[in-house]
Design a protein around this ligand. Structure first.
Ligand code: NAD
Ligand code: UDP
Length: 312
């Protein structure tokens, strides 16, 4: 198949492309390199079945493809809050452009949505039926309301125009190739511990997240894309940790002497988050296989190679 991956030079997109190329597909990677980098897809650049297009999805584009994995959007709060209006444009205009493309060429369309659509949840763990608790005027709204509109657009293109959609709600995912300055918690703590800097816990660290390793997530993506259900579907690892526990774990694994310091909690930071993955288990026979310790080891190795490589 000929498959388009928007945001393909980013963290998740590049891991997805590795899997699609290994399966023998033809892949078109489309990215504006805001948070993505050519380094992530370097090994495919000379492959005749791979094509890279530098393009911003807020502008329309004409391509002929069979499937579209739509991932283009900065995922870290630091990056999506840097230019919030652009984040909304990417989620709304960009998603509309990609749905328009799917409609024109009759491609199956996969939306990378997020657990952020549940906001600061008052239901725990979160099932897909839960409608969320989102502040529509806060500093996270450009992202979480943007993704909520992206879901609405997907379902309206489906109902109104018959576009074949798949919608996944991704919970915090980590792994090799996250940017060292990404700003998300796993990459921050690992980079800080390796550089012998203090690990910055926001608030008192009692807020929770559930961390999924990237290879598990990509397996779920491909299964959902190729099954008959449209979603929305939660994908994530139900193993839930406080942020302080995560800091202590990474401190222990890298640098027991590293200091842990506390910084102010950002506005609207969700207090707890854990996916209910019953739907993924029943529909896809999917559940995560990589435990947090094992996934962190693999991620630490990648960061160590990059950070210590840069010093030489
Ligand atoms: P990322 O920032 O590494 O990747 C996003 C990619 O999209 C980058 O390559 C970036 O350059 C590109 N991009 C951004 N705006 C664009 C635009 N206007 N036009 C073209 N390209 C653009 O983030 P990621 O972690 O790989 O996330 C990928 C997708 O998954 C995002 O849609 C994100 O919202 C979603 N998601 C990720 C997580 C997670 O934990 N990693 C959780 C929930 C949802
Ligand atoms: N966080 C932290 N220190 C950091 C970065 C993040 O304590 O250096 C916290 C953040 O406040 C949040 C959690 O870790 O409670 C997860 O943050 P991240 O940005 O990774 O993802 P999100 O909040 O979007 O789930």
């Amino acid at each position: 198949m000929r498959i388009l991956v928007t945001g393909g030079a980013g963290f998740l997109g590049s891991h997805l492309i590795d899997r699609l190329m290994a399966q023998g597909h033809e892949v078109v990677c489309l990215d504006n390199f805001y948070t993505g980098t050519k380094r992530n897809i370097l090994k495919w650049l000379d492959n005749p079945y791979f094509e890279l297009i530098r393009h911003d999805i807020t502008e329309p584009i004409r391509l002929e493809v069979d499937q579209i994995y739509h991932l283009a959007c900065p995922a870290s709060p630091v990056h999506y809050q840097y230019n919030p209006v652009k984040t909304i444009k990417t989620n709304v205009i960009g998603t509309m452009n990609m749905l328009g493309l799917a409609k024109r060429v009759k491609a199956r369309f996969f939306l990378a949505s997020t657990s952020e659509v549940y906001g600061d949840p008052d239901v725990h763990p979160q099932t897909e039926d839960y409608r969320g608790n989102v502040n529509c005027i806060g500093i996270r709204s450009c992202y979480d309301e943007g993704k909520r509109v992206a879901e609405t657009l997907s379902f309206d293109y489906h109902r109104q125009n018959g576009v074949d959609i798949r919608v996944v709600r991704i919970f915090n995912t980590y792994g090799p190739r996250m940017l060292e300055n990404d700003g998300r918690v796993v990459s921050n703590f690992i980079a800080q511990a390796l550089r012998n800097e203090p690990l910055t816990v926001y608030g008192d660290g009692s807020q929770t997240r559930s961390f999924c390793y990237v290879s598990d997530l990509v397996e779920g993506f491909i299964r959902l894309m190729n099954c008959d259900e449209i979603g929305p579907m939660n994908l994530g690892n139900p193993g839930e940790y406080t942020i302080l526990e995560l800091a202590q774990k990474i401190q222990h694994m890298i640098n027991p002497g590293a200091e842990i310091i506390f910084k102010p909690l950002p506005q609207d930071d969700p207090k707890q988050r854990q996916p209910d993955i019953t739907r993924a288990k029943n529909w896809l026979g999917w559940e995560p296989t990589v435990q947090l310790n094992q996934g962190l080891e693999l991620t630490i190795k990648d960061f160590r190679d990059r950070i210590e490589g840069n010093k030489q």
